[in-house]
Design a protein around this ligand. Structure first.
Ligand code: ADP
Ligand code: MG
Length: 550
């Protein structure tokens, strides 16, 4: 049973809460919800980003305004269009079973007409950015005479964006007996002033996590020039085997640049920036939340409102101008009592900004030396060893299959084999051969060991009227033998893959190069799932070549 049941919310709300998998109230919700429901006091609540502040005010306000009256009863102010949409979406998700209950978003940069039309549908709550709301107030007398609840979300940010006078104007429009609820991640002097002007004996609520959470974050920095930064990031990732991180950059270009490099280097990384469509963003976020990717390279703007907070590391590819932004970034790690690490990479010049952040945000940074290649290597050997320790032994059938392998290695002592494993890893000192948790294991990794089955790809598929029988015929014809074992065949649209005995691999690749299927020049290579696009390109090239010949 959901522990939200104790609040006497209506059944529809409870059903949505259940759908959303909110099992129990977060600490800030636990403190704020009963206070709002009691209609007793104005409230100032501080809690870190991602602690569920929206539901802390949203749920009780929806409960209190669930009536058939036609007036706007609640105004929520927030600093940006993105937040406005995010809050509206979140609140709507609480009202899935209350179709009659309307919430309207009012924000700049979109058509006023549509918003005016929406306002005519009798919303109970409007979620607004201050500027646009004032525009609407000027244009048209809006009736706020029945507004009972006024929420300032991300108050600090609104004030630091210079919305003070806009907020003043709006507050003049609403009745004096409204309740004001102010939510913020931090409490600046500016916020305190607003609270003194407008709120009467507000109740101060701070969840301990606002401070404690901060204590569980370790802030470290590393001096590094721009040119060395990418390698440094790679080393940080390699050293931290279970890293789950956002790498923050200042520009889209930087995010694209770094994520492309990481992907090329086989890391499970994706980019999140303004170049992505909403659908693409949603997809990336889903993959990140489900940990299908463990590295997100993002701009601050794009990551606003990301509801993933249990990160192991935050990597600041460079420092933001605004110390507040640094606090927001690092606040995404160190949750639920677990220690999180926020790493800032700074040049000597940027060092001054680091000191500024320390002063303004009361954070202290510790310097670390850039991890050396040796440290990375050691850490990789460690994870390689862990893998060996944890992997299960082959069963009898598999052992039988690899009998040759056993026989060949049998003459070495245990010590020698261990030594050889280490040497093997040292030899491949680019360390990419050691497959760490952070890198995608490429599926053809084992295929190169000349002991088993190899998977090959050929540039003909269904479109070329290829089918399994025809493929077998083609292979046998080329190598003039029927003894070659051919394993699984998979015919795709523009290419096919097939498995063969590894011993025959080289011969097949070289001999099939010279033949044609339906006049198309055949190309065979070792299958690498990451390179399928290339094989398609090759197909195009061969087409061109053919045309030229004609
Ligand atoms: P904040 O405003 O404090 O930064 P949000 O209100 O945006 O945080 O909430 C962050 C995320 O946590 C949202 O995705 C929200 O749906 C989710 N959430 C809120 N309350 C709960 C809860 N009680 N249990 C689980 N998830 C919750
Ligand atoms: Mg919020």
């Amino acid at each position: 049973m959901s522990s939200f049941n104790k609040y006497n919310f209506n059944e529809n709300l409870l059903k949505s809460i259940k759908d959303l998998n909110f099992n129990k109230p977060t600490p800030i919700q636990d403190k704020v919800i009963p206070e709002i429901l009691s209609l007793d006091k104005d409230i100032i609540a501080t809690a870190q980003t991602g602690t569920g502040k929206t539901a802390a005010f949203g749920l009780p306000i929806i409960q209190l305004t669930d009536n058939k009256n036609k007036d706007i009863e609640c105004i929520i102010l927030c600093p940006t269009r993105e937040l406005c949409l995010q809050i509206t979406k979140e609140l709507n998700s609480y009202c899935t079973y209350m179709k009659y209950y309307r919430i309207v978003a009012i924000y700049g940069g979109a058509k006023v007409e549509t918003q005016i039309k929406n306002l005519k549908k009798n919303p109970k709550i409007i979620v607004c950015t201050p500027g646009r709301l004032n525009d609407l107030i000027k244009r048209k007398r809006m009736d706020f005479s029945l507004v009972k609840y006024f929420v300032l979300d991300e108050a600090d940010e609104m004030l630091s964006m210079g919305f003070k006078s806009e907020i003043d104007k709006i507050l003049k429009e609403i009745p004096l007996d409204r309740k004001i609820y102010l939510f913020s991640a931090t409490l600046s002097a500016k916020v305190k002033k607003i609270t003194e002007t407008y709120m009467s004996k507000p109740l101060m609520i701070a969840t301990s996590s606002a401070n404690k959470g901060a204590e569980t974050i370790k802030h470290i920095y590393c001096i590094s020039t721009k040119s060395k930064r990418y390698d440094l990031i790679k080393n940080i990732i390699d050293i931290n085997q279970n890293i789950y991180t956002i790498i923050f950059c200042r520009t889209r270009r930087e995010t694209n640049d770094i994520s492309n490099k990481l992907i090329k280097d086989n890391y499970n990384a994706k980019v999140l920036n303004g170049d992505l469509s909403q659908n693409e963003r949603d997809r990336v976020m889903r993959q990140f939340r489900e940990k299908n990717i463990n590295i997100l390279v993002a701009t601050d703007v794009a990551s606003r409102g990301i509801d993933v907070n249990n990160l192991s590391h935050i990597i600041n590819y460079n420092l933001p101008d605004d110390p507040e932004v640094y606090v927001h970034r690092s606040g995404r790690t160190g949750r639920a009592g677990k220690e999180g690490i926020s790493i800032a990479l700074v040049s000597k010049r940027e060092y001054k900004r680091l000191r500024e952040i320390e002063k303004l945000s009361k954070i202290s940074f510790t310097q670390i030396e850039a991890p050396t290649d040796t440290e990375v290597f050691k850490s990789q050997i460690k994870s390689f060893t862990d893998r060996i320790i944890n992997i299960s032994l082959p069963n009898e059938k598999e052992k039988e299959m690899f009998k040759d392998f056993y026989n060949k290695l049998n003459s070495f002592t245990k010590e020698e084999i261990i030594g050889k494993i280490i040497s093997m890893n040292i030899e491949s000192s680019d360390t990419t051969k050691i497959n760490t948790n952070n890198k995608k294991s490429s599926k053809n990794e084992m295929v190169d060991i000349d002991t088993q089955i190899s998977k090959l790809i050929i540039n003909v598929g269904r479109l070329d009227r290829m089918n399994p029988q025809e493929l077998i015929r083609l292979i046998n014809k080329t190598i003039r033998s029927r003894d070659t074992e051919i394993g699984k065949i998979d015919i795709q649209k523009s290419y096919s893959t097939f498995e063969v005995d590894s011993k025959a691999k080289k011969m097949i690749i070289s001999k099939m190069k010279h033949i044609r299927h339906n006049r198309k020049l055949i190309l065979v290579s070792i299958y690498n799932p990451d390179l399928i696009d290339i094989s398609k390109n090759k197909k195009h090239k061969s087409k061109k070549r053919r045309r030229r010949k004609k």
